[in-house]
Design a protein around this ligand. Sequence first.
Ligand code: AP5
Length: 222
Amino acid sequence: MTKPAVLILLGPPGAGKGTQARMLEEKFGLVQLSTGDLLRAAVAAGTEAGKAAQAVMSAGGLVSDEIVLAILKDRMAEPDTSKGVILDGFPRTEGQAAALDELLAAQGASIGAAISLEVDDAAMVERVSGRYTCGGCGEGYHDTFKQPAVAGVCDKCGSTDFKRRADDNAETVSARLEAYHAQTAPLISYYDGKGVLSRVDAMGEIDRVAADLAAIVTQVTG
Ligand code: AP5
Protein backbone atom coordinates (compact mmCIF):
# COMPACT_ATOMS: atom_id res chain seq x y z
CA MET A 1 0.00 0.00 0.00
CA THR A 2 1.34 3.49 -0.85
CA LYS A 3 2.14 5.59 2.17
CA PRO A 4 -0.06 8.68 2.56
CA ALA A 5 1.50 12.01 1.63
CA VAL A 6 1.82 14.29 4.65
CA LEU A 7 2.33 17.95 3.85
CA ILE A 8 2.64 20.77 6.36
CA LEU A 9 1.83 24.41 5.58
CA LEU A 10 3.61 26.78 7.97
CA GLY A 11 2.99 30.51 8.05
CA PRO A 12 1.55 33.35 10.11
CA PRO A 13 -2.14 34.34 10.12
CA GLY A 14 -3.08 35.53 6.64
CA ALA A 15 -0.14 33.85 4.90
CA GLY A 16 -2.60 31.92 2.73
CA LYS A 17 -2.45 28.47 4.37
CA GLY A 18 -6.19 27.87 4.10
CA THR A 19 -6.49 29.35 0.60
CA GLN A 20 -3.64 27.24 -0.71
CA ALA A 21 -4.61 24.07 1.17
CA ARG A 22 -8.03 24.14 -0.45
CA MET A 23 -6.48 24.54 -3.91
CA LEU A 24 -4.06 21.66 -3.27
CA GLU A 25 -6.89 19.51 -1.98
CA GLU A 26 -8.75 19.97 -5.25
CA LYS A 27 -5.72 19.51 -7.48
CA PHE A 28 -4.10 16.52 -5.74
CA GLY A 29 -7.04 14.80 -4.02
CA LEU A 30 -5.46 15.26 -0.60
CA VAL A 31 -7.46 16.21 2.50
CA GLN A 32 -7.06 19.64 4.10
CA LEU A 33 -6.83 19.29 7.82
CA SER A 34 -7.05 22.66 9.55
CA THR A 35 -6.79 22.63 13.32
CA GLY A 36 -8.31 26.14 13.31
CA ASP A 37 -11.41 24.81 11.51
CA LEU A 38 -11.60 21.77 13.80
CA LEU A 39 -11.37 24.01 16.87
CA ARG A 40 -14.02 26.43 15.52
CA ALA A 41 -16.30 23.43 14.91
CA ALA A 42 -15.72 22.29 18.52
CA VAL A 43 -16.55 25.80 19.77
CA ALA A 44 -19.74 25.88 17.66
CA ALA A 45 -20.74 22.42 18.90
CA GLY A 46 -20.15 23.48 22.52
CA THR A 47 -17.96 20.45 23.33
CA GLU A 48 -15.73 20.50 26.43
CA ALA A 49 -12.68 21.06 24.17
CA GLY A 50 -14.52 23.86 22.39
CA LYS A 51 -15.44 25.57 25.65
CA ALA A 52 -11.82 25.44 26.82
CA ALA A 53 -10.52 26.72 23.46
CA GLN A 54 -12.94 29.61 22.93
CA ALA A 55 -11.40 32.25 25.20
CA VAL A 56 -7.85 31.44 24.10
CA MET A 57 -8.79 31.73 20.42
CA SER A 58 -10.61 35.05 20.97
CA ALA A 59 -7.49 36.45 22.60
CA GLY A 60 -5.24 35.25 19.77
CA GLY A 61 -3.25 32.77 21.88
CA LEU A 62 -2.54 29.12 21.20
CA VAL A 63 -4.88 26.42 22.46
CA SER A 64 -3.17 23.79 24.66
CA ASP A 65 -1.27 21.00 22.92
CA GLU A 66 -3.41 18.47 24.77
CA ILE A 67 -6.67 19.71 23.24
CA VAL A 68 -5.25 20.24 19.77
CA LEU A 69 -3.60 16.81 19.65
CA ALA A 70 -6.76 15.02 20.76
CA ILE A 71 -8.77 16.75 18.01
CA LEU A 72 -6.10 16.16 15.37
CA LYS A 73 -5.66 12.46 16.18
CA ASP A 74 -9.40 11.84 15.93
CA ARG A 75 -9.51 13.53 12.54
CA MET A 76 -6.44 11.70 11.22
CA ALA A 77 -8.04 8.38 12.13
CA GLU A 78 -10.87 8.98 9.64
CA PRO A 79 -10.63 6.93 6.43
CA ASP A 80 -10.65 9.86 3.98
CA THR A 81 -7.14 10.81 5.13
CA SER A 82 -5.61 7.61 3.75
CA LYS A 83 -4.40 9.17 0.47
CA GLY A 84 -2.72 12.01 2.26
CA VAL A 85 -3.24 15.19 4.24
CA ILE A 86 -2.33 18.85 4.07
CA LEU A 87 -1.84 20.03 7.63
CA ASP A 88 -2.98 23.66 7.75
CA GLY A 89 -2.07 25.40 11.01
CA PHE A 90 -0.57 22.31 12.63
CA PRO A 91 1.93 21.79 14.18
CA ARG A 92 2.32 25.13 15.89
CA THR A 93 4.60 24.27 18.82
CA GLU A 94 7.63 22.06 19.31
CA GLY A 95 5.48 19.73 21.43
CA GLN A 96 2.97 19.33 18.59
CA ALA A 97 5.78 18.69 16.09
CA ALA A 98 7.25 15.94 18.29
CA ALA A 99 3.79 14.37 18.77
CA LEU A 100 3.23 14.40 15.00
CA ASP A 101 6.56 12.65 14.44
CA GLU A 102 5.50 9.93 16.90
CA LEU A 103 2.06 9.54 15.36
CA LEU A 104 3.47 9.18 11.84
CA ALA A 105 6.24 6.81 12.96
CA ALA A 106 3.60 4.54 14.51
CA GLN A 107 1.84 4.45 11.10
CA GLY A 108 5.08 3.90 9.16
CA ALA A 109 4.51 7.29 7.51
CA SER A 110 6.66 10.42 7.39
CA ILE A 111 6.51 14.08 6.44
CA GLY A 112 6.80 14.62 2.69
CA ALA A 113 7.29 18.38 2.88
CA ALA A 114 6.99 21.24 5.34
CA ILE A 115 6.35 24.37 3.33
CA SER A 116 6.93 27.76 4.90
CA LEU A 117 4.79 30.50 3.34
CA GLU A 118 7.00 33.56 3.65
CA VAL A 119 5.22 36.91 4.00
CA ASP A 120 5.62 40.41 5.47
CA ASP A 121 3.81 40.80 8.80
CA ALA A 122 2.69 44.29 7.84
CA ALA A 123 0.53 43.01 4.98
CA MET A 124 -1.14 40.33 7.10
CA VAL A 125 -3.49 42.61 9.03
CA GLU A 126 -5.04 43.79 5.75
CA ARG A 127 -5.32 40.25 4.43
CA VAL A 128 -6.95 38.91 7.57
CA SER A 129 -9.28 41.82 8.25
CA GLY A 130 -10.65 41.73 4.66
CA ARG A 131 -11.31 38.01 4.73
CA TYR A 132 -14.71 36.28 4.64
CA THR A 133 -15.84 32.77 3.83
CA CYS A 134 -18.82 31.07 2.29
CA GLY A 135 -21.15 29.72 4.97
CA GLY A 136 -22.20 26.91 2.62
CA CYS A 137 -18.88 25.34 1.57
CA GLY A 138 -16.18 27.29 3.40
CA GLU A 139 -14.58 28.79 0.27
CA GLY A 140 -12.45 31.79 1.27
CA TYR A 141 -12.75 35.29 -0.21
CA HIS A 142 -11.27 38.74 0.36
CA ASP A 143 -12.78 42.23 0.05
CA THR A 144 -9.92 43.28 -2.24
CA PHE A 145 -7.86 40.28 -3.31
CA LYS A 146 -10.40 37.59 -4.11
CA GLN A 147 -14.03 38.44 -4.78
CA PRO A 148 -16.67 36.06 -6.13
CA ALA A 149 -17.32 36.35 -9.90
CA VAL A 150 -20.93 37.40 -9.16
CA ALA A 151 -21.09 39.73 -6.14
CA GLY A 152 -22.64 38.04 -3.12
CA VAL A 153 -22.75 34.54 -4.67
CA CYS A 154 -20.20 31.83 -3.88
CA ASP A 155 -18.29 30.65 -6.99
CA LYS A 156 -18.11 27.11 -5.66
CA CYS A 157 -21.56 26.29 -4.29
CA GLY A 158 -23.84 29.23 -5.19
CA SER A 159 -24.60 30.07 -1.56
CA THR A 160 -25.36 33.70 -0.69
CA ASP A 161 -24.50 33.19 2.98
CA PHE A 162 -21.07 34.59 3.94
CA LYS A 163 -19.41 34.96 7.34
CA ARG A 164 -16.43 36.63 9.02
CA ARG A 165 -14.37 35.16 11.85
CA ALA A 166 -14.64 36.66 15.35
CA ASP A 167 -10.82 36.68 15.72
CA ASP A 168 -10.22 38.61 12.48
CA ASN A 169 -9.77 42.05 14.04
CA ALA A 170 -6.56 44.11 14.15
CA GLU A 171 -5.94 43.58 17.89
CA THR A 172 -6.33 39.80 17.83
CA VAL A 173 -4.34 39.50 14.60
CA SER A 174 -1.38 41.23 16.33
CA ALA A 175 -1.57 38.73 19.20
CA ARG A 176 -1.77 35.84 16.70
CA LEU A 177 1.30 37.17 14.87
CA GLU A 178 3.18 37.36 18.18
CA ALA A 179 2.21 33.78 19.04
CA TYR A 180 3.38 32.70 15.58
CA HIS A 181 6.83 34.27 15.94
CA ALA A 182 7.34 33.06 19.53
CA GLN A 183 6.08 29.50 19.23
CA THR A 184 5.65 28.43 15.62
CA ALA A 185 8.42 30.11 13.60
CA PRO A 186 11.08 27.96 15.37
CA LEU A 187 9.56 24.96 13.58
CA ILE A 188 11.02 26.29 10.31
CA SER A 189 14.52 25.35 11.55
CA TYR A 190 13.17 22.11 13.02
CA TYR A 191 11.97 20.93 9.59
CA ASP A 192 15.01 22.36 7.84
CA GLY A 193 17.10 20.12 10.11
CA LYS A 194 15.05 17.12 8.98
CA GLY A 195 15.68 18.00 5.31
CA VAL A 196 11.99 18.43 4.42
CA LEU A 197 11.67 22.24 4.43
CA SER A 198 10.74 24.31 1.37
CA ARG A 199 10.26 28.07 1.44
CA VAL A 200 7.73 29.76 -0.84
CA ASP A 201 7.38 33.51 -1.37
CA ALA A 202 3.70 33.98 -0.48
CA MET A 203 3.53 37.74 -1.14
CA GLY A 204 2.73 37.19 -4.82
CA GLU A 205 -0.68 36.62 -6.39
CA ILE A 206 -2.69 33.61 -5.20
CA ASP A 207 -2.26 31.69 -8.49
CA ARG A 208 1.50 32.36 -8.57
CA VAL A 209 1.89 30.99 -5.03
CA ALA A 210 -0.33 28.02 -5.97
CA ALA A 211 1.94 27.18 -8.91
CA ASP A 212 5.04 27.19 -6.67
CA LEU A 213 3.31 24.94 -4.15
CA ALA A 214 2.01 22.57 -6.84
CA ALA A 215 5.58 22.07 -8.09
CA ILE A 216 6.69 21.00 -4.61
CA VAL A 217 3.68 18.76 -4.02
CA THR A 218 4.11 17.10 -7.42
CA GLN A 219 7.65 16.13 -6.43
CA VAL A 220 6.48 14.71 -3.10
CA THR A 221 3.45 12.83 -4.40
CA GLY A 222 4.87 12.07 -7.86
P1 AP5 B 1 -6.23 29.27 12.24
O1 AP5 B 1 -7.63 29.08 11.81
O2 AP5 B 1 -5.23 28.25 11.85
O3 AP5 B 1 -5.79 30.73 11.80
P2 AP5 B 1 -4.35 31.35 11.43
O4 AP5 B 1 -3.17 30.48 11.51
O5 AP5 B 1 -4.32 32.59 12.22
O6 AP5 B 1 -4.42 31.50 9.95
P3 AP5 B 1 -5.53 32.16 9.14
O7 AP5 B 1 -6.66 31.20 8.90
O8 AP5 B 1 -5.89 33.50 9.72
O9 AP5 B 1 -4.77 32.51 7.80
P4 AP5 B 1 -4.37 31.64 6.56
O10 AP5 B 1 -2.89 31.52 6.51
O11 AP5 B 1 -5.17 30.38 6.45
O12 AP5 B 1 -4.79 32.67 5.43
P5 AP5 B 1 -6.01 32.61 4.38
O13 AP5 B 1 -5.74 31.57 3.36
O14 AP5 B 1 -7.34 32.57 5.05
O15 AP5 B 1 -6.16 29.40 13.83
C1 AP5 B 1 -7.06 30.21 14.56
C2 AP5 B 1 -6.82 30.05 16.03
O16 AP5 B 1 -7.05 28.67 16.43
C3 AP5 B 1 -5.38 30.33 16.51
O17 AP5 B 1 -5.18 31.71 16.76
C4 AP5 B 1 -5.31 29.46 17.77
O18 AP5 B 1 -5.94 30.08 18.86
C5 AP5 B 1 -6.11 28.23 17.40
N1 AP5 B 1 -5.29 27.15 16.82
C6 AP5 B 1 -5.39 26.65 15.54
N2 AP5 B 1 -4.50 25.65 15.35
C7 AP5 B 1 -3.82 25.51 16.53
C8 AP5 B 1 -2.76 24.68 16.93
N3 AP5 B 1 -2.21 23.77 16.10
N4 AP5 B 1 -2.28 24.82 18.20
C9 AP5 B 1 -2.83 25.73 19.05
N5 AP5 B 1 -3.83 26.58 18.71
C10 AP5 B 1 -4.33 26.47 17.46
O19 AP5 B 1 -5.80 34.03 3.69
C11 AP5 B 1 -6.17 35.23 4.38
C12 AP5 B 1 -6.86 36.18 3.41
O20 AP5 B 1 -5.91 36.65 2.45
C13 AP5 B 1 -8.00 35.53 2.61
O21 AP5 B 1 -9.06 36.46 2.48
C14 AP5 B 1 -7.39 35.24 1.22
O22 AP5 B 1 -8.35 35.35 0.18
C15 AP5 B 1 -6.30 36.31 1.12
N6 AP5 B 1 -5.10 35.80 0.46
C16 AP5 B 1 -4.53 34.56 0.58
N7 AP5 B 1 -3.41 34.48 -0.18
C17 AP5 B 1 -3.27 35.71 -0.75
C18 AP5 B 1 -2.29 36.26 -1.65
N8 AP5 B 1 -1.25 35.53 -2.11
N9 AP5 B 1 -2.45 37.55 -2.04
C19 AP5 B 1 -3.50 38.30 -1.59
N10 AP5 B 1 -4.45 37.81 -0.76
C20 AP5 B 1 -4.34 36.54 -0.35
